[in-house]
Design a protein around this ligand. Sequence first.
Ligand SMILES: Nc1ncnc2c1ncn2[C@@H]1O[C@H](COP(=O)(O)OP(=O)(O)OP(=O)(O)O)[C@@H](O)[C@H]1O
Length: 362
Amino acid sequence: MVALGAALKGGGLSGGASVALEAVTKRYGTETVVAGVSLAIPAGEFFTLLGPSGSGKTTTLSMLAGFVIPDEGRVVMGGQDMTQVPPRGRGLGMVFQNYAIFPHLNVAENVAFPLTVKGAPKAEIQARVAEALAMVKLTGFEARYARQLSGGQQQRVALARAIVAHPRIVLMDEPLGALDKNLRFHMQVEIKEIQQRLGMTAIYVTHDQEEALTMSDRIAIMDGGRIAQMGPPREVYEKPDSRFVAAFLGEANLLDVTRDGALVRGPGGGAIEAGAGQGTTLFVRPEKVTVSAAAPSGGPNQLPGQVLHASFLGNVVRYAVDVGQGATVLADAVNGPGAVLHAPGAPVTLHWRAEDSRLLAA
Ligand SMILES: Nc1ncnc2c1ncn2[C@@H]1O[C@H](COP(=O)(O)OP(=O)(O)OP(=O)(O)O)[C@@H](O)[C@H]1O
């Protein structure tokens, strides 16, 4: 029996490596599916590519993996040009949906696979497999086969296989796609914990905005093969630069406003003071809008309206308020102590702070 410390010597907890894409483009026929994408991910960051179906997330990740070679641009890892290096030479951990665990190998053999193909010593393989299975909480499942595991357990085996060799970079494409909500949440926490413990750089693909917001240090929102916006979760959620990003990340009120010199006016003609930006679309999140039964006091950012619907969501009541001129504003009120319910038809006044809103151009 070799001590774990000795067996892991050399690999150890290796930390992450930086990753960069430099003006990377990929075309299929006449279609450009990734259009001049550049990004720089520091070592140890949890970075997420988020976007609708067909926006180019998987193609971007595949170029990082080496499954797809870009037509233009460079892929750089740990400062080295990897653009032409085949997947195996990149030393990455990967969890791809179509890269399922092998049915003819048991759990231990599946997890051992990346080390076996490298010809690692048996003692090291045993120690590392035990360690990886402990991390995904599957100790005791070594002899089982895929058919004897739940979907969540299979995905944890795939995760253990991705981290067993302590890669500096791990790529994950919708790794929790097949799971139900509870298990998904549990696995999100687990993946993040393992990533932090090993210090790996993680690049994660999802189309689930909540998942991206909870797990990531930074998010790149993709649209039509380009990065629409990139930044920490809170920044992209609260300070979207475009209608697309505002609407893609959760609920957003996007109101047409008019500009009259320095003065901006909302649907009812009321004065608007927006936090930042230029343009004629006012952005404000429903949870930043308060609903009151009092009449407008004449200050800015107040819109009189009439409740259309009040949807009881348990912890929150979501109001849809008709503010005239065909415009509806959503407002989320926390169902806290003494919360008052405004019934459909009730006249209300909506209000928000200037710093919680933005003017968007497109
Ligand atoms: N091998 C291929 N040949 C031709 N077109 C492709 C190929 N792979 C991807 N595409 C096209 O490239 C575009 C981007 O696909 P990609 O899989 O990168 O998107 P995605 O954002 O990951 O979408 P999803 O969330 O649905 O997986 C799509 O229009 C897709 O049809």
